[in-house]
Design a protein around this ligand. Sequence first.
Ligand code: IMP
Ligand code: MG
Length: 181
Amino acid sequence: MNVLIDETTLRAGVDRLAMEIENRYRDKPLTLVGVLLGSVVFLADLMRRLTIPYGLEMISSRQMTDENSSQGPLIIQADLLAPEVAGRHVLIIDDIYDTGETLWQLIPQFDEFKVASVHAAVLLRKKGRQRVPLGPTLVGFEIPDVFVVGYGMDHHGRFRHLPYIAALSPEEMKDSGRTRG
Ligand code: IMP
Ligand code: MG
C-alpha cells in the first residue's frame, strides 16, 4: 500500500477548502449535504474547521461493486433530505469525484427543493476519468487514476479507518476482495 496523501497534507488541504467555503458562502444561508458513506471523515473534519454558520443534511449514494471491482449501478437515496433546504445554498460534500455520475444524477434532484444554488466540494478528483460535462466547484486534491482507500474511503468495506489516503495496487485489491471483513 502506497501512501498518496499523508495526514499533515490532508489537514492543510481541508483547511484550505474550509477557507474557500467561508469566502464563498459568508453571509449566505448555507447547507452542507454529505454523501454517505465515504465522505464522513472528510465531512467531520471540514465541519470543525468552518467558522461560518451552516445547516447539515445527509444523503446516501452507493456504487455497487462486484468481486472484480467493476462498477455496478449507482443507487442514490435523496429522500433523507429535509425540506429545509428551500431557499438555501446547498454544498454537496463528497469524498471523490471519479466518473462524475454521482454528481450528475444528484445535482438535478435539488431542483424540486427550490434551493438558491447547488454546488459540490470534493476532497479528491481523479484525473482522466470524467464522463459527464459537470464537475465539483471546490476540489481538495487532484490524484492520478488509481484506486484509493483511507480517510473514510473503502475497498469492499475495508480501510476506512486509515488516517491517511493510500493507493491500492491491483494485487492488493484482489487480496482485499477475498478477505473482506
Ligand atoms: P463517480 O460517481 O464515478 O464520480 O464516483 C464517485 C464515488 O465512487 C465516490 O463517492 C466513491 O464512493 C466511489 N469511488 C470512486 N473511486 C474510488 C476510489 O478510488 N476509492 C474508493 N471509492 C471510490
Ligand atoms: Mg461516495
